[in-house]
Design a protein around this ligand. Sequence first.
Ligand code: GTP
Ligand code: MG
Length: 597
Amino acid sequence: MHTREKMNIVIVGHVDHGKSTIIGRLLADTNSLPSGKLESVKEQCRLNSRPFEYAFLLDALKDEQAQGITIDAARVFFQTKKRNYIILDAPGHIEFLRNMITGAARAEAALLVIDSHEGIMENSRRHGYMLSMLGIKQVVVLINKMDLADYSEQVYKKITAEYSSFLSEVGISPLEFIPVSGMQGDNITQKSGLMKWYKGPALLEMMDSLSKNKSLSELPFRMPVQDVYKFTSMGDNRRIVSGTIDSGKVKTGDELIFFPSGKKSTIKSIEVFNENAKSTVHSGEATGFTLAEQIYITRGEMAAIKTEPPPKVTSRILVSIFWLGHQPMAKSKDYIIKIGTARSYASIEEVRKVIDASTLKAEKKEELEKHDVAEIVLRLKKPMAFDLASEIVSTGRFVIVDNYEISGGGIIREALEDKESWARDIVTKRNFQWEKSKIPCTQRAEKYNQKSALLLITGADINESKVLSKALEEKLFYEGKLTYYMGVESLIYGLDADLKNSNDDKTEQLRRLGELCHILLDAGLILIANVVPITTDEIKLIKTMVNPDFIEVIWYGADQATDISFDLYVDSSQSVESGINRVKELLQRRTIIYSPW
Ligand code: GTP
Ligand code: MG
């Protein structure tokens, strides 16, 4: 069956400038309403002796599902001969930003409504700015309520001139400025006889002439992982990695890399909800894959195809942000950042410049206030995967959450280097080139009856923690585990014999340690490394070299005096035996070793 083309259009503008009226009119004049609806709403108004409003149609239709027209919270569906439209009536900035950035709605074009009587208002400018930030290129300006302006060409020209100069400053050149009256129906579905001076198309014709954003499926493949489902039927241990494809396309047999973890696997089958299995899926489709080799993937990873340009991965980004929070965005505070399905904490490293979105004036500020637009550097708590908005707009957007509310959002302009960038580059290349053995890690884990792990044991006293480390190795070994105590100091005379003791060499030592651990973890071991002292930066570097899912940091000492964040604190004033048991419990909790309870 031929599926009809769909297009999402967002309608924005200052409050009361006539968005709902225009949509109501569009529905009425295209005969998209259920029969009798218009009359019954008019009758209702008459009975309540209030004037009829086209905007009321939207409320009246909220529960209707009949005749192919449905309206939910903010979306209106209707169709022309050419295609189906979904119009997003954005009641405010927050809903609009949230919908756009979370991918709940992906507008391909925008209608910007301006009341000819009231003229350009703050939100006319802000919304223009937001559209440009969100990369919506097709913009049509509707100069509404022309009936109140006596259908005057002068009024139209004045607003057009003023607004187009503002929009050009934010990089938008509207396809058309259409003078309309939502209330009277001028230039909505048909050219109006009252504005002969206007030579362009009416709104409906304009909409049908907008072009589909086809390019999205031509871009590199990106799918933020939404969820991983496990089949529960007997003997079926497949997992389905699911999500909505942001851009590009994939087919069975494509080799995927997941970012930021760098894990690889090949698509075995493509599962589509309520449909037969497909061999190819495109941007915009919600889908799931089974993979040829089981890898441990969680929500928040971004899938890309190995042979295509990869997303960026770093923990420092330069962004353009639109701040909507009630509280200012402050420098000393941690915020939740969401990019696709991934989340982390972010804080402001630097405020480069703040712009008033309605005047475009730059201000010197250290904090962002409500409605400010700014260019800032964000420091992320952990590296995240994304694209630059200039390359792939859908994976180049983010939102900031403060107090459980979306408080800001924007686009990523640049991926900046962080302390681990150099190591991440090496790891990416290494993973790319890694020769896999034929034995999957799951098979190894099954045979050895354990999962690989790197236990970084640290503390205030190197001798104390060494005792624990060695005793732990012995205990695990005699219980039948494949384990190894790695004397990190011994590496200096062997693996690191060519290095001196300078700072650069210290970093190189850590890199080599990381690579060694990576190999031994691949072999399936539980590695025990006594590393005292160790800093947060050093742990970060090891976590760049070695998959952080495999690392447990254990602090062993008389108290918890450290600023590193650890997975387990073991009190050294207790017996070594009880310390070992604490570590064993951790390994059991993390299902690294079997737990009978
Ligand atoms: P919000 O959803 O609150 O942001 O407003 P809106 O942009 O959806 O505006 P709405 O369509 O509700 O219209 C606001 C008021 O303007 C209503 O009273 C409409 O009747 C009136 N209005 C809308 N379009 C026109 C028009 O073309 N001419 C005249 N005279 N009034 C109009
Ligand atoms: Mg409205």
